[in-house]
Design a protein around this ligand. Structure first.
Ligand SMILES: Cc1cc2nc3c(=O)[nH]c(=O)nc-3n(C[C@H](O)[C@H](O)[C@H](O)COP(=O)(O)O)c2cc1C
Ligand code: SF4
Ligand code: SF4
Length: 277
């Protein structure tokens, strides 16, 4: 089988899950690659979709929904796909707490481009947001390791089912109801998240890291001022990776002693997040 997985990952969790499923596919003799959608790296592969037998879509859940950048990618994909032959696809999502999007929502969008959902899996790793006005918690290394172990078992089983042509749709349950409520509340907030960020220049080292790693090129530094554009996809990458903790959320400095920055599932994950070929 030939498989390609398009993914978006703000802080490394979804990249980690995508890389793991890719390794499992390959170990069982399939041709499998993964491709980050950020900074248009995917453009060539979108046109080559029909070379593959199965397409994976992998993304984190934000406010019980798709990350804005992933939704945009799916919309572009739908527009560009002319082939009306049904193509098998799966979704692999990472979550901090609860899956709320559910395979139904993904299925609805993907169906428009003749994608047939044959698998859907949600992987619980850790939340990646720790800021004063959100009551969320980032797990410590031990808790994260436990979650990764559990996640690996789930991914292994999921990959086996898919490659044996067995349908495996999970993530449907009563928690979809609170999810729909969360989605209504957070949708508007996420769209305007660029207005929430700023930089405390007294802490800033002017290392440019945030500017280079932003997946949507949303951070600009001109005339000694940082600007966050409305293309920001709310991924929290800049906030978590900044070596000086200089990025502020709602103008408030979050002391790292109490508000742990999420350093990702592996050291230097953002340097490794490239096309797998
Ligand atoms: C803006 C934002 C909204 C989020 N909303 C949810 C949510 O509704 N439910 C949930 O379980 N996790 C939520 N999370 C947590 C992420 O889904 C989770 O940490 C995910 O694994 C991050 O993946 P990544 O490291 O690939 O970016 C949210 C994270 C962000 C940044
Ligand atoms: S990553 Fe942090 S320290 Fe570096 S330029 Fe950005 S805000 Fe400043
Ligand atoms: S500005 Fe920060 S939160 Fe927004 S997309 Fe860029 S890295 Fe992510």
């Amino acid at each position: 089988m030939k498989i390609i997985t398009f993914f978006f990952s703000g802080t490394g969790n979804t990249w980690w899950a995508t890389r793991k499923i890719n390794e499992i596919f390959r170990k069982s003799g399939h041709y499998s690659i993964y491709c980050p959608i950020e900074k248009n790296i995917h453009a060539d592969f979108v046109n080559r979709i029909d070379e593959f037998d199965m397409i994976g879509f992998s993304y984190p859940i934000y406010g019980a929904n798709f990350p804005p950048v992933f939704k945009l990618f799916l919309e572009q994909l739908i527009e560009s796909r002319s082939d009306s032959v049904s193509k098998a696809c799966f979704t692999l999502c990472t979550i901090g707490y609860v899956n709320a999007l559910g395979p139904f929502a993904a299925q609805k969008i993907l169906k428009q481009a003749c994608f047939k959902l044959v698998g859907s899996l949600n992987i619980k790793l850790t939340n990646n947001t720790s800021v004063p006005n959100l009551k969320t918690k980032v797990f410590n290394d031990h808790e994260l390791d436990n979650r990764k172990e559990q996640a690996l078992r789930k991914i292994q089983h999921f990959a086996e089912q898919l490659t044996n042509n067995k349908k495996m749709i999970t993530g449907i349950g009563p928690y979809l109801i609170p999810g729909y409520i969360i989605r209504k509340i957070s949708d508007r907030k996420i769209k305007k998240i660029n207005e929430i960020w700023s930089v405390d220049q007294s802490r800033c080292l002017h290392c440019n890291l945030c500017i280079t790693i932003c997946p949507t090129n949303s951070i600009i530094f001109t005339n000694n001022v940082f600007e966050f554009k409305n293309t920001c996809t709310a991924c929290f990458r800049c906030y978590n990776v900044c070596p000086a903790n200089a990025i502020l959320h709602t103008g408030t400095y979050a002391d790292p002693k109490y508000y742990i920055r999420y350093k990702g599932p592996e050291k230097d994950w953002y340097k490794k997040m490239v096309l797998s070929e």
